[in-house]
Design a protein. Structure first.
Length: 178
């Protein structure tokens, strides 16, 4: 299955879509290796299937984290997937504060960073919960709650823009506000 899932209405200003990929590597890609030519947007990825690897130019495989942020890609990148492919990509809107603050930094161009490297070891709990969920809906709910936590973390977003936070608080449902 390859599907685009629309985010909850209160995240639509920040998230374009969720790209969900589930199946075997043979079903989805026709092979265990898949090459991405470029990505015009940055985002998050969550892997709740078998391990996957990034393949360097020297054909060396590097294990990808179970979740992370990826930057803008302007070069070809190859990935190797073990049997079960289960991925959710959070495709961010180009002007989303999540995109601007976390992902478009030059050090993430053509690269990725594990979410545990950004948010610490306590993030492993969320990875485990996503892996253990029985339905796609419950996985997306967990991911959306995680995105809300990021949106309300002033240290990760535009720290000096008070008007931005007033606008943000008006956009989100009341039960998510502090």
């Amino acid at each position: 299955m390859i599907a685009l899932v629309t985010p909850t209405s209160w995240l639509q200003n920040y998230v374009e879509d969720y790209l969900v990929i589930e199946g075997t590597s043979q079903q989805i890609f026709g092979a265990k290796e898949y090459t991405v030519n470029f990505s015009e947007t940055a985002g998050f990825f969550f892997n709740y299937g078998d391990n996957c690897y990034r393949i360097d130019k020297d054909d060396k495989k590097h294990n990808l984290p179970k979740s992370g942020v990826y930057g803008l890609y302007d070069q070809e990148v190859s990935y190797y997937f073990e049997e079960k492919v289960k991925l959710i990509f959070v495709i961010l809107r180009s002007q989303s504060p999540l995109n601007i603050s976390l992902i478009t930094k030059e050090n993430l161009k053509n690269s990725y960073t594990a979410l545990t490297d950004i948010f610490g070891i306590e993030y492993r709990r969320i990875e485990y919960q996503i892996y253990r969920c029985e339905t796609l809906k419950s996985r997306i709910n967990l991911i959306e709650n995680f995105l809300f936590e990021i949106l309300h973390s002033k240290s990760l977003l535009r720290e000096n823009d008070e008007n931005y936070f007033k606008e943000l608080d008006n956009d989100l449902p009341l039960f998510y506000l502090n």
